[in-house]
Design a protein around this ligand. Structure first.
Ligand code: SF4
Length: 753
């Protein structure tokens, strides 16, 4: 062992669980990664992905230098050449087509990326297009909308207090594989097991007997896409039996009577055949929720990437409210994040209200939500000629060919673009079409603070990880890449100093902080605050500002008392002094202060949601397709981008079609044989795994696979290619209020290949 052996502590940036990692390094070589036993949140837990930061760092296919297309080939160039190429191409493009012909797609990893969370916004603003798309509309947009309309903030999402609850009801989520989502916590399995050890019960509602369902005391194998009916029936049952008991939260809720009246027709008997669950079981679950000393209902992908995603997301919170579980320990509670949360800034109980549909998509007229258009309409916006057609794209850490509906159509559309600039570490199925690829540094050379997802954490914690390794000489930091792109888009040229953007961002945030009359630096001199942030620059300066003006911050000297038992006010320096994180305690009731709605109340009767209920009603007792497709998660997989790590893909193939034995018999499919799965928009051939883990009439295929396209530079993934499930997902199927893609419950036909 050399003298240069050292240990570094950092938070895993790969998913929102945010586990603490302990890295051993010999010089700059990572020799071991294990869970950080002293981490205040994860206590040593990691999943198999966490230890692959080393393989990811060393992956020969990870881009270390920019690529530019020359004579049809992507070739390595210097950073200056790459930015000059972007400037040249961007100028020619806007001259010819204008900025509205530009589209942007922002992928999921940005949600865990400090630089992206802070500097993508100025880039988007500089690009000056309304054609903004992101992974949010193939994921959680319904929940963001329902939370905005009910509570006044897209991340004001109540999370299940798993550590204290007596009854946890999970719909459409598999935290044993995905470790929780929009409910940030390491070691969901351990938390669930601890709950059961103290006498708590787990109920899982899922068309598949997932790994989580295997652990459940009760598994209800619901028909895909029908969670909204089940949730409506649970509320309606509670109302009919006189069990509506909102408790303290009810004092701040408006519109409950209206909601109960509208949901009354959804009795267990009325929905039973639609959801495929006996009315008696639905009634019993309602009673159990009502009788439990505390209970938390939690819905995720299966509920949001479905036809009635917004209604289902809303009903989860309605159900938590009417059982008295909203905002109480053991129920569904709001986190109080240390930095970046809109629900800790400004005046409480007031807000502008969320408006959607301020503009619509050109081809289909799908409504804008939260400044974005639905990803389900990206392909048609590119390949449909006419005024406003998207002719150029910028993507950031995204692979929409594998992640959004009708992947084949989008793939063909991307091939025909006049300009495509990608910020990405790989030449993947989408970026293979790029003219320029700008790779951000290895995650080991980036600082990490989960600004977004700590807003939905199951415990209030704060932890910052500085970079473990220095940036290689000449390589820009990620924020600098985004800032330089912004400057090019603003016409300031490829050589402009990225600190111009950095200074603009920090100035805007400081002005906002001193202008917040309810904040800790209200009325203070902005220059004085800026001076206190010096000499830091970049993301660390912004994070320090957000922490210090946050609910536990030192307020630049205005707060001196402890902000949690034994915890002095926060600054970035203080976080750096606590590499294992700072525990700010279990979630505390936050009503009514958390509310930012126009009425100052929980708006249960939000008009856009109620307006969608007739659509739900009309879908009762519809004919059931012969087979529908659902997705599934695997502990060793993370959407589309980690299949190039041998350690995660070796062993039995994971991209298989799960088929129930009865269906296999009637379709003539044998275990291990190939099936052809055909939907309205596409067809794939995939190996079959016969298993009674899926209910009859349902087939399951994981997403993020299909790596065998020409030009992709993912050697390992190419050997474990699998098929792209989104070749089957139909861009026409969306949840109406949100435009979110329907990825669960897609009608398909299955036959031997
Ligand atoms: S669950 Fe795995 S991937 Fe997610 S943060 Fe923890 S170690 Fe990383």
């Amino acid at each position: 062992m050399s003298d240069a052996v050292r240990t570094a502590i950092r938070t895993c940036p790969l998913c929102e669980a945010g586990c603490g990692l302990e890295l051993t390094l010999d010089d700059d070589q990572v020799t071991r990664i294990r869970g950080d036993r002293d981490d205040v949140f994860s206590h040593g837990y990691i999943c198999p992905k966490g230890s692959t930061l080393r393989q990811l760092h060393e992956d020969p296919d990870r881009l270390r230098a920019p690529l530019v297309r020359r004579d049809g080939e992507l070739v390595e160039v210097s950073w200056d050449e790459a930015f000059a190429e972007v400037e040249r191409r961007f100028a020619a493009f806007t001259e010819q087509h204008g900025r509205e012909a530009l589209g942007v797609y922002v992928g999921n990893p940005n949600a865990h990326n400090l630089s992206a969370l802070l500097y993508l916004k100025p880039l988007l603003k500089s690009l000056g297009t309304r054609n903004v798309f992101s992974a949010s509309t193939v994921d959680q947009r319904p929940k963001e909308l329902s939370a905005s309309w009910m509570f006044g903030g897209g991340l004001s999402i109540p999370v299940p207090d798993v550590d204290r609850t007596h009854l946890l009801v999970i719909l459409g989520a598999n935290p044993y594989a995905s470790n929780g989502s929009l409910a940030t916590a390491p070691d969901w399995p351990g938390r669930i097991e601890a709950m059961r050890e103290r006498g708590g019960r787990l109920v899982v509602v899922d068309p598949r007997r997932s790994r989580t369902a295997e652990e459940a005391d009760l598994h209800l194998a619901i028909r895909p896409g029908t969670d909204a009916f089940l949730l409506a029936a649970l509320v309606s049952t509670l109302a009919a039996e006189g069990r509506i008991a909102p408790g303290a939260a009810g004092e701040f809720a408006q519109g409950l009577d209206t909601v109960l009246e509208l949901l009354a027709p959804f009795t267990p008997e009325a929905v039973a055949s639609t959801v495929g669950i006996d009315a008696a079981e639905i009634r019993q679950l309602a009673v159990d929720l009502s009788d439990a000393p505390s209970a938390a209902v939690y819905g995720r992908m299966g509920t949001t990437t479905a036809e009635f995603g917004t209604i289902a997301s809303w009903l989860v919170d309605v159900l938590n409210l009417v059982t008295g579980n909203l905002d109480r320990p053991g129920g569904a509670m709001f986190a109080k994040a240390a930095a970046g949360a809109a629900n800790t800034r400004g005046a409480s109980r007031t807000g502008r209200g969320l408006r959607v549909g301020r503009h619509g998509s050109r081809v289909r007229g799908l409504a804008e939500t939260m400044g974005e258009l639905p990803a389900a309409c990206l392909a048609e916006e590119i390949d449909t000629p006419g005024e406003g057609q998207i002719r150029g794209m910028v993507t950031a850490a995204g692979n929409p060919v594998l992640s959004t509906p009708n992947g084949d159509r989008l793939d063909a559309a991307m091939a025909g673009l006049d300009l495509y600039v990608a910020v990405d570490i790989y030449v993947n199925e989408t970026t293979r079409h790029a003219d320029v690829i700008l790779p951000p540094p290895s995650s080991l050379s980036k600082g990490h603070y989960d600004l977004a997802l700590l807003q939905v954490a199951l415990r209030n914690v704060a932890n910052y990880s500085p970079p473990v390794l220095p940036l290689p000489p000449g390589e820009p930091d990620e924020w600098e890449i985004l800032a330089r792109l912004a400057l090019i888009a603003q016409g300031m040229g490829a050589a402009a100093d990225p600190s111009i953007v950095d200074d603009l961002v920090v100035n805007a945030l400081v002005q906002s902080a001193v202008g917040d009359e309810h904040g800790p630096v209200a009325g203070r001199d902005a220059d004085e605050i800026l001076a206190e942030l010096a000499p830091r620059t970049g993301p660390e300066r912004l994070l320090d500002l957000l922490l210090r003006t946050g609910p536990y911050g030192d307020g630049f000297g205005s707060r001196t008392e402890d902000v949690a038992p034994g915890v002095a006010p926060l600054t970035l320096d203080r976080l750096l002094d606590h590499p294992h994180g700072i525990d700010l305690g279990p979630l505390q009731p936050r009503l009514p202060d958390v509310l930012r709605t126009p009425s100052g109340m929980i708006e249960l009767d939000a008009e856009p949601i109620l307006a969608d209920l007739p659509r739900l009603h009309a879908a009762l007792d519809r004919a059931v397709p012969d087979a529908v497709l659902v997705g599934r998660r695997d502990l060793r997989s993370n959407n589309s981008w980690m299949h190039n790590l041998e350690v995660l893909v070796k062993g039995r193939p994971r991209c298989t079609l799960h088929v129930h034995p009865d269906d296999a018999a009637r379709w003539g499919l044998a275990d291990g044989a190939s099936a052809r799965v055909t939907g309205r928009v596409g067809s794939v051939e995939v190996p079959v795994e016969v298993t009674d883990a899926v209910r009859s009439g349902v087939v399951s295929l994981p997403h993020g696979w299909g790596h065998d396209l020409p030009g992709v530079r993912l050697e390992v993934a190419g050997r474990h290619a699998g098929v792209n499930s989104n070749v089957l997902s139909d861009e026409v199927l969306v949840d109406v209020p949100s435009g979110n893609a329907v990825l669960n419950g897609i009608p398909v036909a299955v036959a031997p290949a």
